[in-house]
Design a binder for this molecule. Structure first.
Ligand SMILES: [Cu+2]
Length: 562
C-alpha cells in the first residue's frame, strides 16, 4: 500500500542540457517561486540560525557555569543574550514554522502552489535579509572587537535603555531595522497562507475537512497579522525617538517607557502562540498517525485553537504585574491569563485521548511529540503559577520565568520542530532519516533539556535574577548553575547529532517511497519529493483522511467522521 500514488504524476519533459550545472542549480533556488523550495529555504535558514543561537546559548552558559567568571566581557554578555533571544524567536521559530506551512499547506489542501507565489518569494527574501542585517551588526561599526555593534538591550528592548542618550551606538538601530524588514516578510507570508487556505482548497475539501495542521496555520496567520503590526509600529516609534526628536518613550518629555512595554507585549505574548500553535499543528498530524487513530474531538480542537487565538490577545500585561498597574488592571490580566488554560487543557486532553487505546509506534517523530505533551503540560502549570500576580511579584525577572518560557519554547516548540523534521524529511528528500541517530538525538536532547530547565526553576526560586553577567560565590547558586550549564552541553551534542543525521541521511538514508508512515493526508499521495506541480490531476476529497479512503476503498472504519 505504501506506494499507491494519488494521482499519478506525469514526468516533466527533460530539461535542456545545462551549461554550468551548479550555477543553474543555485539560480533555480534564488529565483524560485515554488512553495516547496521556498519552504525548504525557510527551514534550512532556520536550522542554520538554530546552530548559531545554540552556540550563543552555550557561550552564555559557560559564562554562568561558575561564580565570578570572566569568560566574556559584560558588554559581550549583553549582546549574547540579546542575539540569542532575537535569533531564536525571529530567525529560527517563525521562519521554520512558516517554512513548514509553505511546504505543507498547498500539498495538504490539494493545491499546486500558494495563492501568491511571487509574494511568497518576496516574503522569504525579506525575512532572509532581515536576519542578515541583524548579524551584519557584528561586523558593522567597530568591526569584530566586542562583537561590533550587536544589539545589547535584550530581545524585549525596554525603554529608556534604547534611548539615544543611553545607547548611542547603532546596536539598537540594527535590532529595530532587522525586525522591521523581517516583520514585513512575515506579514506577506501570513497574508499568503490565509488567501491560500480560503481560495485554493481542492474539490470536497470543506473547512471542516481540512487537516488540523492547515487550520492551525490559518489561525496562526491571522494572529501574526494582528501582532506583528504593533511590533512594527513600536519599532518605527523607537526610530523616531532616536533620530527625529520624538519622545514616545521618554518620561522626561512627557512620554512613557510603559507605552513601549504595552506595544512590545501586545506583540510579545501572542508571539508565543504564533510559535506554539504550529507546534500543536505538528502534534495534530503526528500523534494520530503514530497512534493509528483519528484525532479525538476534531471540532473541539478547531474551537480550542480559535479560542487560544482570541484569548491570547487579551493577556499581554501579565508581563507587567510589577510595573504598578491598578489592582483592577492586574486582576483582569490574572483572570484572562488563567482562561488560556481552558482551551490548552482541551488540547492536551484530546492528544491523550487520541493516544489512549491506540496502537502506538514510538518512531522518532512520536517520541518527540509524546515528550512535548508532558512538557507542555508542565510549562502550562508554571504558567498558571506565574499568572497569579502576587506569585509573579516574588519571581518576576528571576530564572523561574526563564525556566518557564524555555519549557514552552524548547520543551514544546523545539521538540515538535524536531518531530516535524523526522516526519516530513522523507517527503521532502525521498530518504528516511536514520532512526538510530534519531533515537540518540531524542534521548540525549530529552536528558539535556531536563537537566538544564528543571534545575533552572530552582535557581529562580532561590532568587537568581535574569540577565546578570555573573554572581558572587556565596549566593547558593553555584552547583545549580554548573548543572544547568552541563545540561546545555548535552543538548548541544544532541543537536550536532541531529545536524549530522540531516546530512548523512541525505546521502545514505533508506529510500522513503511515497508514504513511509502509512499516513492519511494528501501530501503523502505525491512522490517524494513531490514534483513542481504537486498534483497532475486535482484531487477530490470525501473525508478528513483522503489517503485512507484511497488505500481502503471498502473499509467502513472512518464512516462516522465524514
Ligand atoms: Cu505572556
Amino acid at each position: 500500500m505504501a506506494d499507491q500514488t494519488l494521482p499519478i504524476s506525469a514526468p516533466l519533459p527533460e530539461a535542456e542540457a545545462q551549461r554550468v550545472p551548479w550555477l543553474e542549480w543555485m539560480h533555480s533556488w534564488v529565483v524560485t517561486v515554488d512553495h516547496k523550495k521556498l519552504g525548504l529555504l525557510y527551514i534550512v535558514y532556520a536550522i542554520f540560525f538554530l546552530l548559531v543561537a545554540g552556540a550563543e546559548a552555550i557561550l552564555i552558559r559557560i559564562q554562568l557555569a561558575w561564580p565570578d567568571m570572566h569568560f566574556v566581557s559584560p558588554e559581550v554578555y549583553d549582546e549574547l543574550f540579546t542575539m540569542h533571544g532575537t535569533t531564536m524567536v525571529f530567525l529560527v521559530g517563525m521562519p521554520i514554522l512558516f517554512g513548514f506551512a509553505n511546504y505543507l499547506v498547498p500539498l495538504m489542501i490539494g493545491a499546486r502552489d500558494m495563492a501568491f507565489p511571487r509574494l511568497n518569494a518576496f516574503s522569504f527574501w525579506l525575512t532572509a535579509f532581515g536576519g542578515l542585517l541583524l548579524y551584519f551588526s557584528i561586523v558593522g561599526g567597530f568591526g569584530l572587537y566586542g562583537m561590533g555593534n550587536a544589539p545589547d538591550v535584550g530581545w524585549w528592548a525596554y525603554a529608556p535603555l534604547t534611548a539615544k542618550a543611553f545607547t548611542p551606538g547603532h546596536n539598537t538601530d540594527y535590532w529595530a531595522l532587522a525586525l522591521i524588514v523581517s516583520g514585513f516578510g512575515t506579514l506577506g507570508t501570513a497574508i499568503n497562507i490565509i488567501a491560500t487556505t480560503f481560495s485554493l482548497r481542492c474539490k470536497g475539501m470543506t473547512l471542516m475537512r481540512m487537516p488540523l495542521f492547515v487550520w492551525l496555520m490559518l489561525i496562526v496567520s491571522v494572529l501574526t497579522l494582528v501582532t506583528i503590526t504593533p511590533l512594527t509600529a513600536a519599532q518605527i516609534m523607537l526610530l523616531i525617538d532616536r533620530y527625529l526628536g520624538g519622545h514616545f518613550f521618554d518620561a522626561q518629555a512627557g512620554g512613557s517607557p510603559i507605552v513601549w512595554m504595552h506595544f512590545f507585549w501586545i506583540f510579545g505574548h501572542p508571539e508565543v502562540y504564533v510559535l506554539v500553535l504550529p507546534a500543536f499543528a505538528i502534534a495534530n498530524e503526528v500523534i494520530p498517525v503514530f497512534s493509528r487513530k483519528a484525532i479525538f474531538g476534531y471540532p473541539a480542537m478547531v474551537a480550542a485553537s480559535v479560542g487560544i487565538c482570541f484569548i491570547s490577545l487579551t493577556v499581554w500585561a501579565h508581563h507587567m504585574f510589577t510595573v504598578g498597574m491598578t489592582s483592577v488592571g492586574n486582576t483582569f490580566f490574572v483572570l484572562s491569563t488563567m482562561m488560556v488554560g481552558i482551551p490548552t487543557g482541551i488540547k492536551i486532553f484530546n492528544w491523550l485521548a487520541t493516544m489512549w487505546g491506540g496502537r502506538i509506534r514510538f518512531a522518532t517523530p512520536m517520541l518527540f511529540c509524546t515528550a512535548f505533551v508532558f512538557q507542555f503540560l508542565l510549562a502550562g502549570l508554571t504558567g498558571i503559577m506565574l499568572s497569579v500576580a502576587p506569585w509573579d511579584w516574588q519571581l518576576h525577572n528571576s530564572y523561574f520565568v526563564i525556566a518557564h518560557f524555555h519549557y514552552v519554547l524548547v520543551g514544546a516548540i523545539v521538540f515538535n520542530i524536531f518531530a516535524a523534521i523526522y516526519y516530513w524529511y522523507p517527503k521532502a528528500t525521498g530518504r528516511m532519516l536514520s532512526e538510530t541517530l534519531g533515537k540518540w538525538h531524542f534521548w540525549l536532547f530529552l536528558i539535556g533539556f531536563h537537566i538544564t530547565f528543571d534545575t533552572m526553576h530552582f535557581v529562580g526560586l532561590l532568587g537568581m535574577p535574569r540577565s546578570i553577567y555573573t554572581y558572587e560565590p556565596d549566593r547558593g547558586w553555584n552547583t545549580l548553575n554548573l548543572i544547568i550549564s552541563m545540561g546545555g552541553f548535552v543538548q548541544a551534542i544532541a543537536v550536532l547529532l541531529f545536524a549530522w543525521n540531516l546530512i548523512y541521511s541525505y546521502v545514505r538514508g533508506r529510500a522513503a517511497g511515497n508514504d513511509p508512515w502509512d499516513a492519511w493526508t494528501l501530501e503523502w499521495s505525491t512522490p517524494s519529493p513531490p514534483p513542481a506541480y504537486n498534483f497532475a490531476i486535482d484531487p477530490v476529497v470525501r473525508s478528513r483522511r483522503p489517503l485512507w479512503d484511497l488505500k481502503h476503498p471498502h473499509d467502513p472504519d472512518w464512516k462516522y467522521e465524514r
